[in-house]
Design a binder for this molecule. Structure first.
Ligand code: GRF
Length: 221
């Protein structure tokens, strides 16, 4: 059995709380991935400061300094190869990758999105979930495909929408779930337990009792 940890790059653009969750999880000796590089397309990303303080290897690739996406990605690819990166985890990375880059990293690049995909692709997920009146929302980790927020789903967490929720309170509840889900999903991928077979990932071993009811029929509204 190959027990080598998968060398992983986390790509961020901002705060980096999911990055922090992945870094914390990867410190466990048995975790199957190691965080070998943190890269940001924004020099001012708060997550970069934290990563540097932790002594992690960081890289700034300011996309505004490149003539086009291809040049940006070519430089990123060089850095990934130089660090012998095997997996990419997008964590609040706000750039769309070209189909060429996505194909090169097919089934080796994952993303976290703050909704139960395929609902609410794109931005402002919590505002839109509240506007639609959904009672359950959540977050999704998926393999990246060229179309935005699409690709085989690896894992999801369902989160209740509570009366009186604002985008901020809902976002905080979903984010707490993200921080639990993303490390778990990365461990599944890095250990080969979430291989993508025919655009569908099979991992769940649950029964009907696992359903989340909102409101709960046993407790009432
Ligand atoms: C998270 O909600 C993530 O799902 C989305 O962007 C946000 C990033 O937050 N893709 P953070 O930078 O990880 O704190």
């Amino acid at each position: 059995m190959n027990t080598a940890k998968k060398r992983t790059c986390i790509l961020i653009s901002g705060r980096g709380s999911n990055m922090q969750a992945l870094v914390a999880a990867a410190r466990a000796p048995a975790f199957p991935a190691e965080i070998a590089l943190i890269a940001s397309n924004r020099p001012e990303a708060a997550g970069l400061t934290w990563a540097k303080e932790q002594g992690l290897r960081t890289l700034v690739l300011d996309h505004k300094a490149f003539a086009n996406c291809e040049d940006f990605e070519a430089r990123l690819q060089d850095a990934l190869e130089a660090s012998r990166i095997e997996l990419i985890a997008l964590a609040g990375f706000m750039r769309l990758m070209t189909p060429v880059f996505v194909e090169r990293w097919r089934d080796r690049m994952i993303n976290i999105h703050p909704s139960l995909l395929p609902s609410f692709r794109g931005l402002h997920t919590h505002e839109r979930a509240l506007a639609e009146g959904v009672k359950i929302t959540g977050c999704t980790v998926h393999f990246v495909r060229a179309e935005v927020d699409s690709g085989p789903i690896i894992a999801q967490a369902a989160v209740p929408v509570l009366s009186g929720d604002t985008p901020e309170t809902l976002s905080a509840r979903v984010l707490a779930a993200e921080h639990r889900l993303y490390p778990f999903a990365l461990s599944l991928v890095a250990s080969g337990r979430a291989a993508d077979t025919n655009e569908s990932v099979t991992t769940a071993r649950l029964n009907a009792k696992s359903a989340l009811f909102v409101p709960d029929p046993e407790k009432g509204p």
